[in-house]
Design a protein around this ligand. Structure first.
Ligand SMILES: Cc1cc2nc3c(=O)[nH]c(=O)nc-3n(C[C@H](O)[C@H](O)[C@H](O)COP(=O)(O)OP(=O)(O)OC[C@H]3O[C@@H](n4cnc5c(N)ncnc54)[C@H](O)[C@@H]3O)c2cc1C
Length: 244
């Protein structure tokens, strides 16, 4: 029988945990090395802070990637409480009408897609969309990802790495290292990727279980949002200072 390739994944954010799970499902022997873990809060651990509502920017010519999951399967996931997904209606407002080169790629992907007629828009808003989407309680979701990984035999180690080489020395048979260190890729020795920039932001969390609709207003300098989670918490945001 062939020996499984041993992979070390650096980081237990949404990227590291997802990468680890996918590698594991594809037959690799995976270990996660990370300083922060689901349940931790730290300025260098972005994932627990994410607002996480699925939306697409009409200005951006994203391509539809035909993944292995359909929206119907996705809706089914929202019925699994451990994941923290909730179906929501979204109102996505823009202060300026976008210049669209072609039809929005996601208009047939999400249910109840609608371009809001101008007479229904609030003042100061030139353009708006509404549709049904999902809002994710990331803190719950991170725990769920880690639980899946551990249940499938994954190994996790709490460690701060000063240099990426330390992840290879962890044991003598590490075949591959996948770096999912987020914004810390900027400072991790041997990586020092200065193209990675932090954005400083601020959000407020309030208890308002009656709110079940997402509202977003984007304009050139800011991004304002009201995002409910299935827990009854609502995230109000936010500020964003790039490269701070
Ligand atoms: C307020 C806010 C709202 C956001 N909203 C959204 C949103 O709605 N949608 C969206 O897509 N994105 C959003 N984002 C961005 C999103 O949160 C991040 O892009 C994403 O979480 C990054 O995940 P990650 O796994 O790459 O990094 P992280 O979650 O930061 O994880 C990095 C991991 O690497 C580990 N690590 C780093 N360096 C080392 C080291 N030297 N040794 C050991 N371990 C190390 C850390 O401990 C951590 O576990 C938001 C961000 C913020 C702050």
């Amino acid at each position: 029988m062939s020996k499984k390739i041993k992979v070390n994944v650096i980081g237990a954010g949404v990227i590291g945990l997802t990468t680890a799970l996918i590698l594991q499902k594809n037959g690799y022997q995976v270990q996660i090395l990370s300083e922060h873990w689901p349940g931790d809060f730290d300025i260098n651990y972005s994932s627990p802070w994410a607002t996480a509502t699925w939306r697409a920017n009409p200005n951006i010519d994203d391509e539809v990637v035909h993944g292995k999951i359909s929206w119907n399967e996705f809706w089914k996931l929202s019925e699994t409480p451990e994941i923290g997904l909730m179906r929501v209606k979204i109102y996505d407002f823009m202060d300026k009408k976008p210049e669209l080169e072609r039809d929005m790629w996601f208009k047939d992907l999400v249910p109840e897609f609608r371009v809001i007629p101008p007479e229904e828009l609030p003042s100061g808003v030139e353009y708006g969309l509404s549709y049904t989407t999902v809002s994710l309680n990331v803190q719950k979701y991170l725990h769920w990802l880690l639980h899946q990984f551990t249940t499938n035999g994954g190994v996790s180690k709490k460690v701060h790495l000063s240099h990426i080489d330390e992840s290879f020395y962890d044991s003598d048979d590490v075949g591959v290292v996948v770096n999912c260190s987020g914004v810390s890729a900027r400072t991790l020795g041997g990586v020092a990727d200065t193209t990675v920039l932090p954005s400083r932001g601020q959000t407020v969390s309030v208890w308002a279980p009656h709110i079940k609709t997402v509202y977003i207003l984007s304009n050139r300098d800011s991004f304002t949002f009201i995002v409910p989670r299935e827990s009854g918490e609502v995230i109000l945001g936010g500020t964003m200072s790039i490269d701070d």
